[in-house]
Each structure stands twice: as structure tokens, then as C-alpha cells.
Design a protein around this ligand. Structure first.
Ligand SMILES: Nc1nc2c(ncn2[C@@H]2O[C@H](COP(=O)(O)OP(=O)(O)OP(=O)(O)O)[C@@H](O)[C@H]2O)c(=O)[nH]1
Ligand SMILES: [Mg+2]
Length: 267
């Protein structure tokens, strides 16, 4: 029974690159992995896809046929995948991998927020275990309010996809040293809330809103298990794999709270 790993994140956050590099590391540890391109609008993908939704539908052919713009065409393309999902699942089952990594489109709102994306995922994953990897790009780590905003988006994705979720700071090699040190401390209870509180660049009402959102994320344990990940740092990929194994093994019993303060064993 394959276990599914669903890569979700804003455009350009590194989903496709991480799909290829994480798969390679997992294979080095002896796992068999199927790489699935789930992005009908992808032009090129930086790995050899074992299954590719573009064999069934592409955003560009829908643009042409239906006279739609790029965003409208992607909506139709993702929705229409429901017709092909059992065939796609059949191809995955033929490969019979330990893990399947799904590389989703950059317009994450189309995949995660509209009805079609989650429906297609459910139909593909069936009763198998699955976890989401949310990529919070290093470029969003420029100030505390921007961090709260991307983690709030990550929490919305968790609620929409209803799967255990591992939140990573992607492309972490792009972080300045001081930003890296801040990121490492975010799992400490209330650390980010304190940073927001001290940030006088934000008008008072927005600062309060950011503080409240940050507080809520801490209370739910949502910021406990953040991992900085860079494809240039093999140790970070090994750490992500270890976390995914832990989360997938816990299955439905998994709770964000288990990772509170980043120390699951001590909680
Ligand atoms: N420095 C650095 N660059 C990275 C890393 N991962 C990906 N990139 C680069 O970031 C850019 C975007 O990477 P992609 O993997 O295409 O990102 P994506 O999320 O799949 O993009 P969309 O599918 O268009 O949303 C590419 O130029 C990658 O080479 C990383 O860990 N570090
Ligand atoms: Mg991509």
C-alpha cells in the first residue's frame, strides 16, 4: 500500500525541485518512490515523472479548445482530472511503490481551495495514508507579519486537505544568517508572537490581528514542527523524510500538538 506525500505551496516555492530531490534521498535509504506530476500547467518538471497528469489533460490544450485564460484553464484542467483518477491510480498501483510524491500546481488556491483539487486527491489516495508537505518559501521570512501570513495560509491548507501536514521553510539556503536563527526559534512557544508585538512598522490594528493569528497557531501546536529545507542540504532532506515517516506512521492519530516545541517525545 503506497503512502502519499502531497507537495503544496505558493508558486515558485520549490515543490517540483523538492519532489525530485526528496525522492532521490528516500531511494538512497532504500524506499521505492513514484514521482507524480500533478500540475497540468507545468511546462517542464525537473525530475523524470513516473506518472504525469499531462498525459491526460494539459492547461494549454484547454486554453485553446475552450478559449480560456491560463487561470480559468487550470481550474478546468484540475476539475477534469476526476475522470482520469482511477486510471492514474491504476498506474501507481502497477509501480507498487512504498511512497508516492504528488507535485501540485503553483496556484495553490486552485488546487487546495476549490472543490476539485481535494476531491481528486481523495479519489486518488483512497484509504491509504497521506501527508501534506507545505512549502513556506524563504522569501516570505522577511518580516514577522509576513511569516504569520504564510503560516496562516499553511493552516488553511491543512484545514482544506484534512491530512497530517509537515510545514517546511523551503529554499532555506536563501535565508540570511539572522533570519535562519529566527526560524530556528519559531517553534518556541510564543516566539513569533513576541516578534510581531515588537514590530512597530505595522499599524496597531493590524499588529493586533497578526498577534492574535500567531497566538492561535501556537495554541493549536501548528508552529511546533517547522523544518528548514534546502535541496542543497542533504541533511535537511533526510530530516524531512524522518518527519514524514513519523507523521505517516501516526496516521489519523497524528496531531500538530505532538510536535509542540519541536520535541515530540517530550510533549
Ligand atoms: N536556492 C534554492 N533554489 C531552489 C531550491 N529549490 C528550488 N529552487 C529553485 O527555485 C525555483 C522554483 O523551483 P520549482 O521547483 O520550479 O518551484 P515550484 O514550487 O515547483 O514552482 P511552480 O510549480 O511554478 O509553482 C527554481 O529556479 C529552482 O531551481 C532550494 O532549495 N534552494
Ligand atoms: Mg512546479
Amino acid at each position: 500500500m503506497p503512502r502519499f506525500i502531497v507537495m503544496v505551496g505558493p508558486a515558485g516555492s520549490g515543490k517540483s525541485t523538492l519532489t525530485g530531490e526528496l525522492a532521490r534521498v528516500m531511494e538512497d535509504y532504500g524506499a521505492t518512490v513514484a514521482r507524480v506530476n500533478f500540475d497540468p500547467a507545468a511546462e517542464v518538471v525537473p525530475y523524470e515523472a513516473d506518472v504525469d497528469v499531462r498525459d491526460y489533460v494539459t492547461a494549454s490544450e484547454i486554453m485553446e479548445k475552450e478559449g480560456l485564460g491560463p487561470n480559468g484553464a487550470l481550474v478546468v484542467a484540475v476539475d477534469s482530472l476526476i475522470s482520469y483518477v482511477s486510471d492514474i491510480r491504476g498506474r501507481i498501483d502497477e509501480i507498487d511503490p512504498d511512497y508516492v510524491i504528488l507535485d501540485t500546481p503553483g496556484q495553490l488556491e486552485l488546487f487546495a481551495y476549490r472543490a476539485g483539487g481535494p476531491l481528486v486527491l481523495e479519489a486518488l489516495v483512497l484509504d491509504n495514508q497521506a501527508a501534506t508537505v507545505f512549502l513556506a518559501d524563504a522569501i516570505f521570512m522577511e518580516n514577522p507579519a509576513s511569516m504569520v501570513s504564510i503560516f496562516t495560509l499553511a493552516s488553511s491548507v491543512a484545514v482544506r486537505l484534512k491530512r497530517p501536514q509537515v510545514n517546511v521553510i523551503s529554499r532555506s539556503d536563501l535565508l540570511a544568517q539572522e533570519a535562519y536563527e529566527v526560524i530556528e526559534r519559531i517553534p518556541e512557544d510564543g516566539f513569533l508572537t513576541g516578534l510581531v508585538e515588537a514590530d512597530e512598522r505595522l499599524p496597531g490594528d493590524l499588529r493586533m490581528l497578526s498577534q492574535l493569528l500567531s497566538d492561535a497557531l501556537y495554541q493549536a501546536g501548528f508552529l511546533g514542527g517547522l523544518i528548514p529545507v534546502s535541496v542543497k542540504d542533504p541533511d535537511s532532506l533526510a530530516m524531512l523524510y524522518a518527519r514524514l515517516q513519523q507523521v505517516l506512521a501516526a496516521g489519523d492519530d497524528y496531531a500538530f500538538y505532538d510536535l509542540k516545541y519541536g520535541q515530540p517525545d517530550e510533549y
